[in-house]
Ligand binder design. Structure first.
Ligand code: ADP
Ligand code: MG
Length: 715
């Protein structure tokens, strides 16, 4: 008997999803039904073949989009974009207009669809613009479908757009990602042509499947902590006696309240055309994960921004708070994104899928070698692309990859690459079967290579998984950087191969020679061992791999002239755009840490110190009355002594925080340096004393929910 519930759920999901797109998405059937055949054909040429949009069809599309949106309850539309704040932005306009007879009408023109002019002055521009120079433009991205966002009973049509300043520089996350995807396509097409595999392929695109981790905690408890409200994380808190020592949460039964929440999240994601696929408990208590099916990178990146927003909004409806911060709790696992990355032809062939025979795999190996070369040459800027205040707490701690970028190839690919370095091609071993030794259990298929969870950049069969991206980050920026460095390496490799072939050589001979050279020159970036092990850090230093622990260490790599030049050469970002972005990243780091520091001052002064003083008074009274009664109480004396010492040192650390906060620095780079070198240690020091005080103050005097309350209270 088919399960009626499951059956109807799948049908519901499938119908909402229709055509791979959600019911609240202007795509698939929603578009086909409303456009004339010729407009549809021209729009599809833009969305599938990246041809420039024919402006003559803009009015027709705009009217169809407006009618669809109004039928679905929208009164307003907005150009939805991703400024450098790291979140999304929207400025709503109603469809209301007045016609020449003074009558109210609904209106949405092609021009309004294609372009809008939000005031850019209050968005970060990294000095490209003075605040009095306000003009900025948003430009419709027809390759990412418009969608309807529900907010309570209100519905708004959102049109994905690029955001640029009046001077033409991009001020957003989307534009460089789109440009980098085109850049890699150009170079990858050269590889396909060289190997004779370009027939019928119009372009190549990167694909992304982003696994998002998150914590869910009780909203009422979260509301009692200023650090969670303002910073999205706890900036103090003594360890709970239980963490994830027992590994009893990972893949455990999903708690009932969470299951209901997940189902609600998925329903909303389906409406938006976001293909949510996998859900499970993560390692840390109250930590979970959601993974969608992979999509073209631009779409996946837009969908990722929406996913973060849906996760957070829906939590509130369930009396929960969703934390996606990189390190919400000290001492247990943090939150990252596993950025699954591959390159595929527009006809759907994954270029990172190895075949079996060595010789025919040379095209695949060309792409792999480009990745190896790119990571070795540019590990520092890829590291910089995931640098933020939150990731500084996460990378290198509790099951997060270290701040050293290396590649895990696995045994099988590793062997093939090693052989290549000696000038040989080799076949891939087929997957084998595995007998579990009990008759009734079917044999398992064993993959030819194992996995490595500790690597920041792992090859897993048909894609690379970049695991250093932070939980709150937009994936657009790290992927724009990743695409650019790989583009540069593909360009270099193909150019070398073309030179080799020029002397009448064969493609195979050229590939083996050039790729072998790449492997000999760049194998140091491959590491198949345990990345969490401290010995690896020493080994990495010996190999000369960059070890860039904090944001202030990592970002300066993006200031190098050669790096600015590379972004420029491939049309991803002009030097001005790179400079502006780096300024914004430095400033964001400084502001984020400033907010955290001020929150810490406030919590320490208004909560921790008063609780400590109360306990101090209680202890002092207890000691004097006990001793007056003729009984010695050295243990209480010891406690009082320790408490006073922690209070004294906490006061000193708070003074250091206040002093450091007054420093402004000559440049944002210098300011960030001071934050990392002085403010962060002072905060760590203050936290240690707050946590020590928390561990001794009576529970009924402690004024905020503890780690035990937050992580286990709801279970
Ligand atoms: P795991 O946690 O075991 O790594 P998941 O199933 O949670 O695996 O996530 C794997 C992610 O990789 C999914 O989002 C999936 O769609 C994505 N993925 C699979 N193939 C590709 C590909 N060719 N390009 C990009 N992402 C891919
Ligand atoms: Mg994964």
């Amino acid at each position: 008997m088919p399960d009626a519930h499951a059956d109807s759920w799948i049908r519901d999901a499938a119908s909402q999803f229709g055509d791979r797109y959600g019911i609240l998405t202007f795509a698939g059937e929603n578009v086909r039904r409303r456009l004339s055949p010729s407009a549809l054909e021209r729009l599809e040429r833009t969305t599938t073949r990246r041809e420039p949009l024919d402006p003559r069809i803009a009015d027709e599309i705009a009217t169809a989009m407006k009618d669809w949106a109004i039928e679905n309850g929208c009164t307003h539309y907005c150009h939805w974009f991703q400024p450098l704040t790291g979140s999304t932005a929207e400025k709503h306009d109603s469809f209301l207009s007045i016609d020449s007879n003074g009558q109210p009408i609904t209106e949405f023109s092609g021009n309004q669809l294609i372009q809008a002019e939000p005031d850019a002055s209050s968005f970060p521009s990294g000095g490209i613009r003075d605040t009095w120079e306000a003009r900025g433009y948003t430009a419709w991205d027809p390759t990412s479908p418009a969608f309807i966002v529900r907010n309570g009973g209100e519905r708004t049509l959102c049109i994905p757009t690029c955001f640029v300043s009046w001077t033409g520089e991009s001020l957003d996350q989307k534009t460089p990602l789109l440009r980098s995807d085109e850049a890699i396509s150009k170079q990858a097409m050269r590889v396909l042509r060289l190997f004779g595999n370009s027939d019928g392929v119009d372009h190549v695109t990167t694909t992304l499947g982003i696994e998002q981790e998150y914590f869910l905690i009780d909203e009422d408890l979260a509301a009692m902590r200023a650090d969670i409200i303002l910073c999205g994380r706890t900036i103090m808190g003594a360890d709970s006696p239980k963490g994830h020592q027992l590994d009893d949460h990972y893949f455990g039964a999903i708690p009932r309240d969470v299951q209901a929440y997940m189902a609600d999240v998925e329903a909303r994601l389906f409406e938006l055309g976001i293909p949510a696929k996998t859900r499970h408990n993560e390692v840390a208590p109250r930590q979970f994960e959601l993974a969608p099916l992979f999509e073209r990178s631009n779409l996946a990146s837009d969908h990722q921004m929406l996913t973060m927003s849906v996760l957070q909004k829906v939590a509130r409806l369930h009396g929960l708070r969703c934390l996606i911060h990189e390190k919400p709790f000290k001492g247990i696992n943090g939150t990252g994104k596993h950025n699954n990355w591959a390159i595929s032809t527009d006809t759907g062939h994954n270029l990172l899928s190895p075949g079996k025979a060595g010789q025919s795999n040379l095209q695949f190996l060309t792409f792999v070698c480009a990745v190896v070369r790119a990571l070795d040459l540019h590990a520092d800027i890829l590291r910089a692309s995931v640098a933020n205040a939150g990731n500084d707490h996460r990378l290198g701690a509790n099951e997060a990859p270290p701040a050293i970028l290396s590649i895990y190839t696995g045994e099988e690919l590793g062997r093939v690459l090693e052989n290549l370095a000696t000038g040989e091609t080799s076949d891939f071993r087929a997957d084998s079967s595995m007998d579990l030794g009990t008759a009734a259990v079917p044999k398992l298929q064993r993959h030819s290579g194992d996995r490595n969870r500790t690597s920041p950049f792992a090859f897993i069969g048909n894609r690379f998984e970049f695991r250093a991206v932070g939980g709150t980050a937009s994936v657009a920026w790290p992927n724009a950087v990743l695409n650019t460095i790989i583009t540069e390496s593909i360009d270099w490799i193909v150019t070398e191969m073309e030179k080799h072939i020029d002397g009448n050589g064969s493609v195979e001979a050229a590939a083996i020679d050039i790729l072998g050279g790449v492997m000999r020159d760049h194998h140091r970036v491959i590491f198949n061992g345990d990345n969490y092990n401290t010995e690896w850090h020493e080994e990495a230093a010996r190999r000369g791999l960059p070890i860039l622990r904090g944001t202030a260490d990592a970002l300066p790599a993006l200031r190098n002239d050669s790096v600015r030049e590379m972004f420029n050469t491939y049309g991803v970002m002009s030097p001005t755009e790179v400079d502006a972005r780096v300024d914004v990243l430095f400033e964001t780091y400084v502001h984020t840490m400033g907010i955290e520091a001020r929150t810490m001052l406030q919590m320490a002064e208004t909560m921790v110190l008063p609780a400590a003083t109360r306990y101090q008074t209680d202890l002092a009274t207890a000691i004097s009355t006990t001793e007056a009664a003729g009984v010695n109480c050295p243990a209480s004396g010891g406690r009082l002594h320790d408490l006073v010492e922690h209070v004294t040192e906490l006061e000193a650390a708070l003074t250091e925080i206040r002093t450091t906060l007054e420093y402004t620095g000559e440049s944002c780079d210098a300011h960030a340096r001071a934050v990392q070198d002085r403010l962060v240690p002072a905060m760590d020091n203050a936290r240690a004393h707050c946590d020590a005080i928390e561990s001794t103050v009576p529970a009924d005097l402690w004024p905020m929910p503890t780690y035990t309350d937050l992580l286990f209270g709801g279970e």
